[in-house]
Design a protein around this ligand. Structure first.
Ligand code: ATP
Ligand code: MG
Length: 388
């Protein structure tokens, strides 16, 4: 009897008029995720099943599906008919070898000639006869044999449920532009917004040769890891050197970081429009560094006029961000020691309470500032991850 993988999605999110919309995106994402693995996906109301795969591919399938946002949990199950004899054959495989157990039946088809209670008693009884190392404990069993009878032809028998990534299907909430540095935070903020259903385009500011080829490579490596969750992701690399040099040359040194961050936001807003992104996302976290005080965030935020800027990490402790980075697999890459453009020309004492007026005054001292910004936007290089 072959195994199948049954998938459950989060009912709460997928109710109501928009159900078909969410489901279609989720199905498309599941199929894309399993692309290249020989298997079949069956989608029926409220339950998705992956079947007809080679046993050797099972772990890979499970690992991949656990990264699909919108899935709540999965189980490896045996598929039987609705006949008690067939269900028992499956239950024999699924039941523990020893210890206490209980059978729990869920019967979707109410026309069947048995009740949930009578079927669980029958299968439980047969299991006891079959294996005398088993004992029934209805209240606190070591394991539960679940029997899910869908209709005349199909029931699923399983014992474990594995949690999946949860959240909303990527693409169900529109598209966002995520500012991706090589640090620990921004891969986590990217992950979190993908989890809320955003399809993402990544934007990276690169100041070659002050920041190296390796620094850019690191960002592409992070994007590749993130693509396990986000699906294919475009990384737009902005040539940022001239903008940074101009800021360094003409601005007051304690305002440099403020101006650099405002330049990033200006560029991001234009890129968002060009790439049809409805929001900007960054990995800022209140109070973490000088550029992330309330005043600094206000001064950088104020240049963006047309769309919201989301900061999913704003209230997180660093330790929690690190924990998530480790869980999603970006941490080890993030801590590789390559410089980021924010660390180029770093002033000794950046202002922690900048004002918009002073920032604007500094910007107006930079000749052809607007042209520099436009030039950076026009010369973006595009990478697509994972590479095909
Ligand atoms: P991270 O760990 O994500 O680099 P950080 O704590 O180092 O964050 P900053 O360097 O102040 O903080 O950056 C704050 C946010 O600004 C980052 O999380 C990221 O979203 C964005 N950012 C910073 N540098 C870059 C860059 N070179 N390219 C794209 N986005 C950037
Ligand atoms: Mg950084």
């Amino acid at each position: 009897m072959d195994n199948v993988v049954i998938l459950r999605y989060s009912e709460i999110h997928l109710k109501g008029k928009n159900r078909a919309f969410f489901e279609n995106i989720l199905k498309k994402n599941i199929i894309a995720k399993l692309n290249g693995i020989d298997c079949r996906a069956e989608f029926s109301y409220g339950r998705y099943v992956i079947c007809d795969y080679k046993q050797a591919d099972e772990n890979r399938i499970v690992t991949k599906l656990r990264q699909v946002f919108g899935l709540f949990s999965l189980s490896i199950a045996k598929r039987a008919t609705a006949e008690p004899a067939s269900i028992f054959e499956a239950a024999k495989d699924v039941a523990p070898k020893s210890g206490t157990f209980r059978v729990t039946v869920n019967r979707a088809d109410k026309t069947l000639p048995y009740t949930s209670v009578s079927l669980s008693a029958e299968i439980g009884g047969r299991l006891l006869e079959y294996n005398n190392k088993l004992e029934v404990d209805l209240h606190n069993p070591d394991s539960v044999v679940y029997i899910d009878v869908r209709d005349n032809r199909t029931s699923y028998v399983y014992s474990e449920s594995v949690p999946c990534a949860g959240g909303m299907p990527v693409g169900s909430a529109g598209r966002g532009l995520t500012l991706l540095s090589g640090g620990i935070d921004s891969p986590v903020s990217t992950y979190m917004m993908a989890k809320r259903g955003l399809k993402l385009t990544a934007l990276h500011f690169w100041s070659y040769p002050y920041t190296s080829m390796e620094a850019r490579g690191k960002v592409l490596e992070l994007a590749k890891i993130l693509s396990d969750y986000t699906g294919e992701i475009k990384v737009l690399v902005v040539p940022f050197t001239k903008v940074q040099e101009a800021i360094h040359k003409y601005a007051e040194s304690n305002y440099m970081i403020t101006l650099v961050r405002r330049a990033m936001m200006r560029i991001a807003e234009r890129v968002a429009e060009r790439y049809r992104c409805g929001c900007i996302i960054n990995g800022e976290d209140l109070g973490q560094v000088a550029s992330q005080t309330l005043e600094s965030i206000n001064v950088t935020n104020s240049v963006v006029k047309s769309i919201p800027v989301f900061r999913p990490l704003i209230g997180f402790d660093k330790i929690d961000i690190i924990e998530t980075a480790q869980k999603i697999g970006t941490f080890d890459v993030s801590v590789k020691p390559y410089e980021d453009c924010c660390t180029v020309f770093l002033p000794d004492s950046p202002v922690t309470k900048p004002t918009i007026r002073r920032a604007e005054k500094n910007e107006s001292a930079i000749p052809d500032y607007e042209e520099l910004i436009s030039e950076a936007v026009d010369n973006i290089e595009v990478f697509v991850l994972p590479e095909r």
